[in-house]
Write a protein that binds this ligand. Structure first.
Ligand code: ADP
Ligand code: MG
Length: 249
């Protein structure tokens, strides 16, 4: 593990129809680091993640993965291979069973032997408590099970970096924990993750650093113990209070 950051975002800007969503966003991530991005709805969290994995094209600034520019729109296939992303809605292929969904990427994109990938997928399923669901179709799974499969699918590509965009936002409360526990497990294993979530207790538990995005810039970047209990800006304090997260305690 070197000292060079895995990901560097420098002066990133992105406009939609003349409105600046990301104005000047800069940060770096080291290997094994977990950063949670929080901020009010519409502040650009998804846009930031989408710029990083090439789903949006930034207007200005630079994004570097392992020191190499990835914001040009070139090498998109390679970039997506190295940066996994899981969204709020489970985007599993409905006509393929769980094992089929899990093996597709490694077999087709990485050209790995199917049997080897299947063995790895079955092990990974067992780890997330889904050993008996390998042959189930997505519609036979609960939302929480689908998101655990989506996480396993991303991990089977062995990404350098995993982007998680509100992956529990569409789940019933009792399923949130089983999904977040998988993410906590990945963090313990040293997975580098950039996570957008509204689950503030989870954010505090999983994050090495919290970034508060507001007005197109990173308004605060702090350890969770500092951000959640002693935020520097009044704006962050207001934001946390909307979660009934008592910022002053
Ligand atoms: P967040 O994820 O923080 O809620 P988003 O990144 O989704 O915020 O959106 C930030 C702003 O950019 C919002 O005002 C949203 O309406 C706008 N926006 C996002 N994507 C597009 C798009 N493709 N076209 C136009 N406006 C967009
Ligand atoms: Mg969003």
């Amino acid at each position: 593990m070197g000292n060079a950051p895995i990901l560097e975002v420098k002066n990133l800007s992105k406009h939609f129809d003349g409105t600046g969503v990301l104005k000047d966003v800069s940060f770096a991530m080291n290997e094994g680091e977990v950063i949670v991005v929080v901020g009010p709805s519409g502040c650009g969290k998804s846009t930031l993640l989408r710029c990083i994995n090439g789903l949006e094209h930034p207007d200005g600034g630079e994004i570097l993965l392992d020191g190499k520019r990835i914001d040009s729109g070139a090498n998109l296939v390679e970039v997506r291979r190295q940066i996994g992303m899981v969204f709020q809605s489970y985007d599993l292929f409905p006509h393929m069973d769980v094992l089929g969904n899990l093996t597709l990427g490694p077999v087709q994109a990485l050209k790995r032997p199917r049997l080897e990938v299947e063995a790895e997928a079955e092990k990974a399923l067992a780890r997330v408590g889904l050993a008996d669901r390998a042959r189930a179709l997505p519609r036979q799974l609960s939302g929480g099970q689908k998101q655990r499969v989506a996480l396993v699918r991303a991990m089977l590509m062995h990404p350098r970096l995993l982007l998680l965009d509100e992956i529990t936002a569409a789940l019933d409360p009792e399923m949130v924990r089983e999904v977040l526990n998988v993410v906590l497990d990945l963090a313990r294993d040293g997975m580098t993750m950039l996570i957008v979530t509204h689950e503030m207790r989870f954010a505090e538990a999983v994050a090495d650093r919290v970034m508060f995005l507001e007005g197109g810039v990173v308004l605060e970047s702090a350890k969770p113990s500092e951000f959640f209990h002693n935020p520097r800006s009044e704006r962050a304090r207001q934001f946390l209070n909307t979660f009934e997260f008592d910022a002053v305690k």
